[in-house]
Design a protein. Structure first.
Ligand SMILES: Cc1ncc(C[n+]2csc(CCOP(=O)(O)OP(=O)(O)O)c2C)c(N)n1
Ligand SMILES: [Mg+2]
Lengths: 273, 334
């Protein structure tokens, strides 16, 4: 798929996300806007996954470790055909499969439950090791938040992945520089990520996390070093695509009012043209 | 009409802690979600932000405690014990540090689903030596939990309510005691946390149906006054029903069961709560209805215990409080 086509899909997903947050009255809109380009490029360009056979043993695995942005994943999965598109309107509703955090028991395409941050990468390392043990060629991708990287469990997993030479594992850090209540710089600064991962023995790429061409290049098999797990530091903006949300920590999980909703939708519609 | 108090913890914590240099306010990047954003802004010298690193926060608090500080830790209940459990034992519980663990969104009060629901924390904490356990059931208890917790010479686990909280009681938590809310003679109802409000909603309808309820509310779950409970059990004809925002294993229901078994009491006990089940995500009233944690579930439990059939429906229950629903409240939902 071309970068222009990926951009168009991502824009459509952004609009559906804003609408769903507005209607449900909850969601993590900032982190959803920041991760949508990454998810779109992975699902529409790179991952080998089949909605008709979501548990195909040969499929690639993607873990959205920043599980609070589940809505973005649900919409991508619905665009791919894993779940019906109209089901997105049930987000957070009573008895809906689409909870605030992704649940693998209910939602086809969700590989593991996430929500407690710092949980997805260690699971992904185990999956990647399993593929190696079975001598299979499927790959494992994990997306974490940058604030999430403060959880010590991630660094234990980073150590293990390098030790086991898991070059079938890709960690993408959604580096929007903000966590829930403040910037990383005002909490526990972890930037720059690249030298830290490199020091642990990983292959590291730094990209603009909103540029489809750059994302597709970085996630492809062609980019990497044999025997090294790959980390992509994706520079992103929380709230990307909506002027008053972009880079604004207040929009971690705020819900737009009517005027804000209309402005956000208008800006996204304009960007689609 | 029940008075609803907005953000009682925010005010109470600030009033209690401000200006007391031995008390430190710790947060794991859930500062506004735990209502300590105002405290952070007004008392930066007493505020320590630790980021998303709960294991580190726990042992760090142990270190502060060793040096004589009394840290109040703030995060969602689940994140306070599931990951940093070993740190909690080794750095805090064994050495009896005066660390106050303020766990928000207990049980099904979170919309976050399974990963965010602290549904077995009381079972875990009850089994830890040196641990004290408090649970808030109304605004007055939220307002008095800081003083109650800080009076303990050791670690304290607190289930704290946030947001809009009903005021049910006039008197503060008195550590180790239980509240006697009704002194009837047919059935003993034992509740804690948000389930107490549910039981209070059911009481008038049950009285009308001719059942005399004795109702105990537990804000202190450990230590526990077994003798007082046994006295109350001795005062009722049929037996006991417990209702809790927790799994029925290891929580208040188990506490009552153990107390009865230890004393050789042969009366019936019905334990209501989550039945060996993780809960779905959803709104609190929906989850309480679906999993049988609400007033109607209690009515059914009492019918089961007494063998009576009640014709009590939602309309017969005292007015449920109406949660404020607007986007600001929702925005704070996680
Ligand atoms: C273990 C754990 N601690 C705290 C939280 C509450 N929480 C949810 S999202 C969030 C901030 C996430 O920031 P970041 O990882 O940077 O994600 P993003 O900016 O992409 O939203 C926090 C603290 C959690 N879900 N899990
Ligand atoms: Mg971030």
């Amino acid at each position: 798929m071309t970068p222009a086509e990926l951009r168009r899909i991502a824009n459509r997903i952004r609009r559906r996300d804003v609408q769903a947050v507005f209607e449900a009255g909850a969601g993590h809109i900032g982190g959803e806007m920041s991760v949508i380009d990454l998810l779109t490029c992975l699902y529409f360009h790179e991952l080998s996954v089949d909605p008709a056979d979501p548990l195909d043993p040969e499929r690639d695995r993607l873990i959205l470790s920043k599980g609070h942005t589940a809505l973005a994943l649900y919409i991508v999965l619905s665009e791919k055909g894993f779940i019906p598109k109209q089901e997105i309107s049930t987000f957070l509703g009573h008895r809906s499969r689409l909870n605030g955090h992704p649940n693998r028991v209910y939602v086809p395409g969700v590989e593991t439950n996430t929500g407690p941050l710092g949980h997805g990468l260690p699971v992904g390392v185990g999956m990647a090791k399993a593929a190696k043990l079975d001598r299979r060629s499927w790959r494992t991708f994990v997306i974490t938040g940058d604030g999430e990287m403060q959880e010590g469990s991630n660094w234990e997993a980073i150590m293990t992945a390098a030790q086991f030479r898991l070059d079938n594992l890709t960690l993408i850090i959604d580096h929007n520089r903000l966590q829930q209540g403040a910037s990383l710089a005002d909490t526990n600064e972890l930037a720059p990520f690249a030298p830290k991962l490199a020091a642990f023995g990983w292959h590291v790429e730094e990209i603009d996390g909103h540029d489809p061409a750059g994302i597709c290049r970085a996630v492809s098999r062609a980019t990497g070093t044999p025997d090294k797990p790959k980390c992509i530091v994706a520079h992103t903006n929380k709230g990307h695509g909506i002027s008053f949300m972009s880079d604004n920590v207040a929009w971690h999980h705020k819900v737009p009012n009517v005027e804000q909703y209309e402005q956000a939708m208008a800006e996204l519609a304009e960007a689609a043209e | 009409m029940v008075e609803m108090v907005s953000r009682p913890y925010a005010r109470a914590f600030e009033a209690f802690a401000a200006g007391n240099p031995d008390i430190l306010c710790l947060s794991a990047d859930l500062t506004s979600s735990c209502e300590i954003d105002g405290f952070r802004d007004r008392h930066p010298d007493q505020f320590v932000s630790l980021g998303m690193a709960e294991q580190n926060m726990m042992s760090f608090a142990g270190g502060l405690g060793l040096a004589g500080f009394r840290p109040f830790l703030h995060t969602f209940g689940v994140f306070m014990y599931r990951r940093p459990y070993d740190q909690l034992i080794a750095s805090i519980a064994y050495p009896r540090r005066k660390v106050r663990l303020m766990g928000f969104l207990p049980g099904v009060t979170t919309p976050g689903g399974m990963t965010h629901q602290a549904i077995e924390d009381i079972a875990v904490m009850r089994s830890i030596p040196n641990m004290t356990i408090l649970e808030t059931g109304d605004a007055t208890e939220v307002e008095s939990i800081c003083a109650a917790a800080d009076s303990v010479d050791g670690p304290v686990w607190c289930r704290v309510l946030r947001g809009s909280v009903p005021r049910l009681f006039d008197t503060p938590i008195r550590l180790g005691e239980m509240r006697v809310l009704a002194a009837g003679t047919d059935v003993l109802v034992v509740t804690s946390g948000i389930c107490t409000e549910e039981a209070m909603r059911a009481r008038a309808a049950l009285a009308k149906a001719g059942v005399s309820i004795r109702h105990l509310h537990l804000h202190t779950i450990k230590p526990f006054d077994a003798a007082a409970l046994l006295d109350h059990i001795g005062s009722v004809k049929h037996g006991v029903v417990t209702l809790e925002n927790h799994v029925t294993e290891g929580g208040v229901g188990s506490l009552v069961a153990e107390t009865m078994a230890d004393a050789g009491i042969g009366k019936r006990l019905i334990r209501l709560g989550l039945k060996d089940s993780f809960a779905h995500g959803g709104s609190r009233p929906y989850l309480m209805r679906y999993y049988g944690l609400d007033a109607l579930a209690l009515v059914r439990g009492i019918a089961d215990l007494t063998g009576a059939a009640f014709d009590i429906t939602e309309e017969d229950l005292a007015a449920a409080r109406v949660d404020e629903v607007h986007s600001l409240v929702k925005a704070e939902a996680l």
